[in-house]
Design a protein around this ligand. Structure first.
Ligand SMILES: CC(C)(COP(=O)(O)OP(=O)(O)OC[C@H]1O[C@@H](n2cnc3c(N)ncnc32)[C@H](O)[C@@H]1OP(=O)(O)O)[C@@H](O)C(=O)NCCC(=O)NCCSC(=O)CC(=O)O
Length: 399
């Protein structure tokens, strides 16, 4: 082969990055319609013409009151709902109309978030080499990743991957894959985009089906984007978090605990009331294993910073309890839950964004040293737990 001097092993080594993958930019976006959680039961039972189901309204009110959520943003406003009255009844075949709307709205929301991440990153969008898109609203090909690439003007050689129906672990999974791509392809710059809109899973309450009501109280719409790359080019690229170790764990015998299924009336999901307890029983083992793999034993969880997917208030309470975390440790997760609700796979990106903002503020106020090391965790159907050990860099502070 001509005069190539290298062995395959040397070629392989040259293709790999030297340093660890790092977060180089973060952006988030929400649709404009904001619903206040304390007004939601009145709103929901009115727009679904279900005022007669008083027991379920009482239940939804109790869940909303205890949800730790102040407000959520949604694409499906009253006008859109009035144009699509079938959406309130999940026994009617409304999937076509839902897919039609979501196919446009999901990549557009992602593009808003991605534009912010790219602006912070500081390089042209055409320098992106890989795109990973995660959503639970995908039901068409070419998919939202293809549309997002067009909206952003990405290079035709960008390498695209779509993750569908990973639910709330979609953000964690995408970031783990981005780490692998960045570390194994010298010079790679990976755009992770998660975009979730609840329109695909919105329907009215049903007598005798109290399970369905939880999701209507919990989920909101949002998109999050992250640029990931190794060996940052100074001074343009300013890494925020190094992605030091990543793992995925499936909790045995929990296949039925969280499930999602697309059918003619939209997406149905089931969320067992055991989810907070199951996560509480399993997160510490994932953390011990992750830090053990790095040779760190007996870590004090309060010495770390935390970016936990706020699946629900009770989930955060359980995790805080089993790990013995101080009150403020999950503040970024609780803040995101309160301001946006559970935006499924996107939520953990909002938490990372909030966390770095808080670190910047604390540094500006000279409030003492924030922890250098931390953890990001996301959960979803499986039950799947995504764990990533992060190392915060000084460029984060004083923004
Ligand atoms: C729903 C809660 C806010 C309720 O707060 P408390 O538990 O403190 O209050 P509580 O015990 O008085 O319960 C209030 C009411 O909520 C109901 N309730 C609780 N859990 C429920 C569930 N999984 N499904 C349906 N209803 C549920 C109770 O029966 C009760 O109804 P009544 O008052 O009639 O007796 C909380 O339990 C919570 O945050 N749960 C976690 C939610 C969760 O699993 N999220 C993960 C989403 S999935 C995810 O993030 C990943 C993914 O989608 O992929």
């Amino acid at each position: 082969m001509g005069s190539a001097p290298a062995t395959v092993r040397e070629m392989r080594r040259a293709q790999r990055a030297d340093g660890p993958a790092a977060v180089l930019g973060i952006g988030t976006a929400n649709p404009p319609t904001c619903l206040a959680q304390d007004e939601y039961p009145d709103y929901y039972f009115r727009v679904t013409n279900s005022e007669h189901l008083t027991d379920l309204k009482g239940k939804l009110t109790r869940i909303c009151n205890k949800s730790g959520i102040k407000q959520r943003f949604v694409h499906l406003d009253e006008q859109l709902l009035a144009a699509n009255p079938d959406f309130t009844d999940r026994t009617l075949p409304s999937l076509d109309a839902r897919v039609e709307i979501a196919s446009a709205a999901v990549p557009e929301l992602a593009a808003s978030a991605a534009a912010k991440a790219i602006a912070e990153w500081g390089r042209p969008a055409t320098d992106i080499t890989h795109l990973i898109f995660s959503t639970y609203s995908g039901a068409r090909a070419p998919s939202a990743d293809r549309r997002l690439a067009s909206l952003l003007g990405l290079s035709p050689t960008v390498s695209r991957t779509i993750l569908n129906l990973h639910g709330c672990y979609g953000g964690g999974r995408s970031l783990q894959l981005a780490k692998e791509l960045a570390e194994n392809n010298r010079g790679a710059r990976v755009l992770v985009a998660c975009s979730e809109i609840t329109l695909i899973a919105f329907y009215g309450p049903e007598g005798g089906c109290p399970d369905n009501i939880l999701g209507q109280a919990l989920f909101g719409d949002g998109a999050g984007a992250v640029i990931v790359g190794a060996d940052p080019v100074s001074p343009v690229e300013r890494p925020l978090f190094e992605m030091v170790f990543a793992s995925q764990t499936t909790i045995p015998e929990t296949e039925d605990a969280i499930s999602m299924q697309i059918n003619k009336g939209g997406m149905e999901y089931h969320i067992s009331n055991q989810v907070p307890r199951l996560l509480g029983c399993n997160v510490e083992r994932c953390l011990v294993d992750a830090f053990g793999a790095l040779g760190i034993h007996n870590a004090d969880w309060n010495d770390l910073f935390w970016a936990i997917h706020p699946g629900g208030r009770a989930i955060l309470d359980h995790i805080e309890g089993v790990l013995g975390l101080d009150d403020a440790k999950l503040a970024a997760s609780r803040h995101v839950l309160s301001e946006f609700g559970n935006m499924s796979g996107t939520t953990v990106i909002f938490v990372l964004d909030e966390l770095r903002r808080r670190r910047g503020r604390a540094a500006n106020l000279e409030e003492g040293q924030a922890p250098e090391w931390g953890v990001m965790m996301a959960f979803g159907p499986g039950i799947t737990i995504e764990t990533m050990v992060l190392h915060a860099l000084a460029t984060l502070e004083g923004n």
